[in-house]
Ligand binder design. Structure first.
Ligand code: MG
Ligand code: MG
Length: 257
């Protein structure tokens, strides 16, 4: 964690962050090709670590607060922070959220996608699609002069218009030489947050809607990491690291189209 100050990146630092972001985007693209019925989440984790290291990066999740893997793999009702395992084998109809972070030259990239495994129920497909849309609704608001609350409100409004639950216990964040820096970037509006920090060029933030098909309530399993929807219904996650620039927001972690 940083000391709570928002860091403004120089042009040179922004170039370094683009490299880290691109590696995270490429890693997720590689993993997307591996996601199919029968693959274990451990195999995905091993492939991610190998890919990141062979491209000059370090997996930033590995050993973060003791996390035992290079990516988080969260299946179905798991919201975030699922631990890869040889015992978790993807089945037809599953969804899997993969969260990935890498450090290159001291700077972090952080992104997440939810992928479909085989034939996924229409209502769950829609959840995955709308969660991605929520990111882009927030992204459109990441303009210089706007505030964090503008992003939060856009994400929440879109998710709740579909009747979904917006997770509140976990939020997006500033990012730079630390994976988690100020400011917090919630996906909901709360009277206590006020307008939130003003967005200014050179800020880097991770915007990451975590959206539940049912209730927004979550709990952490006894492994101390895995965050699941309390009602057991599916949950989706979509995240990119972005810059605020004078010309508007820029995605660093190549979205997969
Ligand atoms: Mg992440
Ligand atoms: Mg993040």
């Amino acid at each position: 964690m940083s000391d709570g100050k928002i860091t403004i990146k120089t042009e040179f630092q922004m170039e370094l962050m683009r490299v880290a972001g691109e590696l995270v985007g490429k890693t997720l693209k590689m993993l997307e090709g591996m996601v199919k019925v029968g693959v274990t989440t451990k195999e995905l984790d091993e492939a991610a670590e190998e890919f990141i290291r062979s491209h000059g990066g370090v997996p930033s999740f590995l050993n973060y607060d003791g996390f035992p893997a290079s990516i988080c793999t969260s299946v179905n009702e798991q919201v975030v922070h699922g631990i890869p395992s040889k015992k978790v084998r993807l089945k037809d109809g599953d969804i899997i959220s993969i969260d990935c972070g890498a450090i290159v030259d001291g700077f972090h990239g952080d992104a997440a996608r939810t992928f479909l495994v085989g034939n996924v129920a229409p209502e769950v497909r829609e959840l995955v699609e709308v969660t991605k849309e929520c990111f882009f609704k927030g992204f459109e608001q990441a303009q210089p002069g706007n505030h964090i609350r503008d992003i939060a409100r856009a994400v929440q409004t879109h998710a709740e218009s579909h009747g979904y639950g917006v997770v509140r216990e976990l939020v997006g964040h500033g990012i730079g030489t630390n994976m988690h820096e100020a400011p917090e970037v919630p996906n909901f509006v709360d009277v206590r947050m006020g307008r939130g920090a003003k967005l200014i060029p050179g800020m880097a933030i991770a915007v990451e809607p975590m959206i539940n098909l049912g209730s927004r309530r979550v709990q952490v399993l006894s492994d101390g990491w895995t965050c699941v929807a309390f009602d057991g219904k599916p949950s989706a996650h979509y995240e990119n690291t972005i810059f605020i620039t004078k010309n508007g927001p820029e995605i660093l972690t190549n979205p997969i189209e």
